[in-house]
Design a protein around this ligand. Structure first.
Ligand SMILES: O=C(O)CCC(=O)C(=O)O
Length: 237
């Protein structure tokens, strides 16, 4: 493991991350990055980036082993179980394992957000033919379940979707409104902001442009991991 890495060319301002002013629970010196780690800005508005080599092979194997016995039919926020929009299985995993924590520490350093703001990690698994149709990760202020979701940690400000294996066919993460598509590659991730800054076109508000889908897997299986960063501390239940 090497500590050589390219620091992100992205600045999180204090108005969008008030907790940045507070002391991080993780000392920066303890964070190590895999060799060839690279953070690349893809779009400045909406803010989207790719992260190459975020996870090591050992970390991916551990995360999959932790998740495998826990998988259940995926739920959709505010839409109940077995929604036709999402045919994958998923589960939440504890962060206590060192191979989960090492990834979260990197993401805390990259984004400037404390791990305290990270929602419980979700691992997703798609078999061949499975998919997750276009959706937003943010809680809809007009939705029935908005208040209950917001109570613990507030809005999902940032999504980091990590790829835990190489997929034989399909399974891209697709942003139909932006004409952007990311193919799944083991150890890599896509990061995006779900809320516009006030200086972005349209002004501050939840961002419809980051509507995205996990396209149908056409060969092999796909493992992924969702890291959602909330605007405030998220209490694990
Ligand atoms: O599978 C993907 O590429 C995206 C998954 C996703 O959007 C989600 O789990 O919320």
């Amino acid at each position: 493991m090497s500590s050589t890495h390219v620091m992100p060319a992205i600045t999180v301002t204090e108005d969008e991350n008030p907790s940045k002013a507070k002391v991080s629970v993780v000392p920066i010196a303890s964070v190590t990055f895999p060799p060839k780690f690279e953070y690349k800005v893809v779009s400045k508005s909406p803010r989207i980036a790719t992260i190459s080599n975020l996870l090591t092979t050992e970390e991916m194997q551990s995360i999959i082993a932790i998740a495998k016995p826990r998988l259940k039919a995926s739920r959709v926020v505010g839409d109940g179980v077995n929604s036709s929009a999402r045919s994958s299985t998923s589960c939440r995993i504890p962060r206590a394992h060192k191979d989960v924590m090492s990834v979260l520490r990197r993401l805390s350093e990259i984004t400037g957000y404390s791990i305290d703001n990270f929602e419980t990690i979700q691992v997703v698994h798609y078999d061949e033919t499975q998919e997750y149709k276009a959706h937003n990760d943010w809680f809809n202020p007009n939705g029935e379940t908005y208040a209950s979701h917001m109570k613990n940690g507030g809005q999902r400000l940032i999504t980091i979707f990590c790829y835990l294996n190489d997929v034989t066919g399909g399974g891209e993460t697709c942003f139909p409104k932006l004409d952007l598509k990311f193919a799944p590659h083991a150890g890599h991730a896509v990061l995006w902001y779900n809320r516009r800054r006030k200086d972005e076109e349209g002004g501050a508000g939840m961002d419809d442009r980051v509507l995205h889908a996990g396209t149908r897997v056409t060969g092999g299986e796909k493992w992924g991991m969702n890291v959602w960063i909330r605007e405030r501390k998220y209490i694990k239940k």
